[in-house]
Every structure is written in structure tokens, then in C-alpha cells.
Design a protein around this ligand. Structure first.
Ligand code: F6P
Length: 358
């Protein structure tokens, strides 16, 4: 069992819908255990910056407010490249945890945060439990991360909206969705939005393959088409397409939709193309029922693990069951992309969607 009296909770990495439902679940379950909960502001920044930034959370922060139903993070989140060395940040993180007298930290994050924050915790001797969240669904060892389902819904709604105007103007409309390294979001949205083409970073494609599919669409008598492309897709030659550069000099993904549009327009006269880059609206929208219930079961399980004396683990959903994995195992597994042989890809091909490779 455990001698925990006080825990910290933080959200780290790109935000998504469902984070506040996780916070509500963690705060309520921890309060039932008789623990105090400190909400750390802006990811690890709240503990590594001086002065530190945090607040005491109680059930009233979430239970009598709309927060659990809203996207974003009540606590704020951190999604910038690391500004200082891991050692310096880990030391300050540890100092912060000790100053606040926290017995453990619950980290709501994606694959990058599980890696970075578990490293800080290891270096600073801090107990941690992780809860997976990301619209990319690429956190390893969990079937679903909080936020993915809502992002799929946002993309599917966009495809429904695009279909009507595509039909009016006899166009092939391209929807560029997020997914820096993984095509889960593009694939699930393409299936749900009945797209004709879906390009993901994990599967090579050819312009000819896209054109062949558009030709096939025309032959059926249909005068419009929908193409979904993940922002992480490269050119046929394997070059990354990027737009702006962030504050720490990293290139930001984006622009593959425009690149493909130009290529298709120059090489095929069957459909005019236009591009919609969905951007950060994919990280918003009220969380779906699935994301809310996933948030609650994972948040409750994180507290349950701590109450049972288990730490350095990430809660997960595997084969429909709530479970957990050692953080070392999670970090070793790395980012989990879309399996090119998955049932989703097979089903897409079976119904005639072009998903690359030929
Ligand atoms: O990691 C999640 C993600 O949504 C990626 O798909 C996307 O490339 C990235 O975040 C965008 O991050 P930012 O908001 O920092 O531009």
C-alpha cells in the first residue's frame, strides 16, 4: 500500500480534448483517498521555472464547472523544444517536487512527454505515473490515447462539410490533418469520412497512384473526390515539406497538401483541387463521449496505481481493458505509427481507397 499524502498533476505536450476530464478524475479520485492535489501550471515549466507556478486543486475546481466538458488544459501545457539541458531541468524539477513536498507526480502526456518527464523523474528520484493523451494516437502500448477520438470527429466533420462543396464544384478536395510522425488520425478520419485517398507517413505513395484513383472515381460517374493527407507525409522523393520555423529553430510540418495540389493540378486535368489545412482546430472541440470515459477510467486508474504503491508506470487501454506498463517499457517502445498491415489499412484498401504503396 502507500503512504502518499500529496500528489502533483500536470499536462505536458500538445493539448487535446479530454485533458480536463482527466484532471477532474485524478483530483476526485485522489481526494477520495484523502490526498492533497497540486496542479502544476504549464507542464514541467511550473516546477522548473522560478518562481514556481501551481495551485491547489479540489473537487470544486472541476465538479461545479464546465471545465471537464471543455477542450484545452485548465493547467496549461508545454509544447516547446527543451531550452536548457536535461540535467539542469531535472534538478530543478526535483527541487520543485521536494519544496512542494509532493509524494508523486501524475503526468498527462504523449510519447515525447513520457520520455522526457520520466527521465526527469528518474534523475531526480521522483515517483511518476503517466496517462496517455495525444491527437496523434502514437503513444506506445495503449490502443487509444485521450484526445484522439475527438480529433477524429473534428476531421470527419470537416470531410462531411467538404464533400458538399466538392460535389457542387466537381473538385477533388484535399484535407491536410495533423500527425507529425503517425498516420492514425488521417487513416481513421479517411475511413469515417469516406475519403477516396489517404496518405500517411508510414506508407509510400506515387502521384500516379493518386491519379489512377481519381480516374477510377470519374469512371464511376462521380464528379468529386476527397483526399486526406497527414502533415508528416513526404514528397515522392522522400523530402519533408515544412512551413514556418519555431522559436527553437525546428521546422514545423505543414504544406504537403499544397504540394500535392500543385502536383495533381499540373499532371491531371480530371478534377481541380483545393486544400484545407485543418490545423489546431483538431486539438479542440468538446471531448467526445469516448474521450470523456477514457479520461475518467485512465485518471482513476492512475490514482489507484499510486494507492496500491505502484509507480513509474503508464496507464493504458489494451484489448479493451484498463492496464498499465512500466515507463521504461513505454519509452523503449518509442513512437507507435500506423501499422501498414493493420485492419484499418486493409479495410480501406478493401473498399477501394488509395492508401499508397503502388
Ligand atoms: O504531437 C501532436 C501534434 O498535434 C502533431 O500532430 C503536430 O505536428 C504538433 O502537435 C503541432 O504542435 P504545435 O502546436 O507545437 O505546432
Amino acid at each position: 500500500m502507500t503512504n502518499i499524502k500529496k500528489i502533483g498533476v500536470l499536462t505536458s505536450g500538445g493539448d487535446c480534448a479530454g485533458l480536463n476530464a482527466v484532471l477532474m478524475a485524478v483530483v476526485n479520485a485522489a481526494t477520495k483517498q484523502g490526498w492533497e492535489v497540486y496542479g502544476i501550471h504549464d507542464g514541467t515549466d511550473g516546477l522548473t521555472n522560478r518562481p514556481m507556478s501551481y495551485e491547489v486543486l479540489t473537487e470544486s475546481n472541476f465538479s461545479n464547472s464546465p471545465w471537464p466538458r471543455l477542450a484545452g488544459s485548465y493547467l496549461g501545457s508545454l509544447n516547446t523544444g527543451v531550452k536548457e539541458s536535461q540535467e539542469v531541468l531535472a534538478e530543478r524539477f526535483g527541487e520543485g517536487v521536494r519544496e512542494l513536498d509532493l509524494d508523486a507526480v501524475v503526468v498527462v502526456g504523449g510519447d515525447g512527454s513520457m520520455n522526457i518527464v520520466s527521465n526527469y523523474c528518474k534523475m531526480a528520484g521522483v515517483k511518476m505515473v503517466g496517462i496517455p493523451k495525444t491527437i496523434d494516437n502514437d503513444t506506445p502500448l495503449t490502443e487509444f490515447s485521450v484526445g484522439f477520438n475527438t480529433a477524429c470527429q473534428v476531421c470527419t466533420n470537416a470531410l462531411d462539410d467538404l464533400m458538399t462543396t466538392a460535389r457542387s464544384h466537381h473538385r477533388a478536395l484535399i484535407l491536410e490533418v495533423m500527425g507529425r510522425d503517425a498516420g492514425h488520425l488521417a487513416m481513421h478520419a479517411a475511413l469515417a469520412g469516406f475519403a477516396d485517398v489517404c496518405l500517411v507517413p508510414e506508407i509510400p505513395y506515387t502521384l500516379q497512384g493518386i491519379v489512377n484513383k481519381l480516374e477510377d472515381v470519374k469512371k464511376t460517374g462521380r464528379t468529386s473526390a476527397l483526399i486526406v493527407v497527414s502533415e508528416g507525409v513526404k514528397t515522392e522523393k522522400g523530402e519533408a515539406v515544412t512551413g514556418a520555423v519555431n522559436m527553437v529553430g525546428e521546422k514545423i510540418n505543414g504544406g504537403i497538401g499544397d504540394y500535392l495540389s500543385g502536383l495533381i493540378n499540373a499532371n491531371y486535368k480530371g478534377f481541380q483541387t483545393r486544400v484545407t489545412k485543418l490545423g489546431h482546430v483538431q486539438r479542440s472541440g468538446n471531448p467526445t463521449a469516448f474521450d470523456r470515459s477514457l479520461a475518467v477510467v485512465l485518471g482513476a486508474e492512475a490514482v489507484n496505481l499510486l494507492a496500491q504503491g505502484h509507480t513509474d508506470r503508464m496507464v493504458a487501454l489494451a484489448r479493451g481493458q484498463v492496464t498499465s506498463f512500466a515507463l521504461d517499457e513505454v519509452v523503449a517502445a518509442g513512437t507507435t505509427g500506423l501499422d501498414a498491415n493493420s485492419s484499418y489499412v486493409k479495410a480501406a484498401r478493401a473498399i477501394g481507397m488509395y492508401v499508397g504503396e503502388i
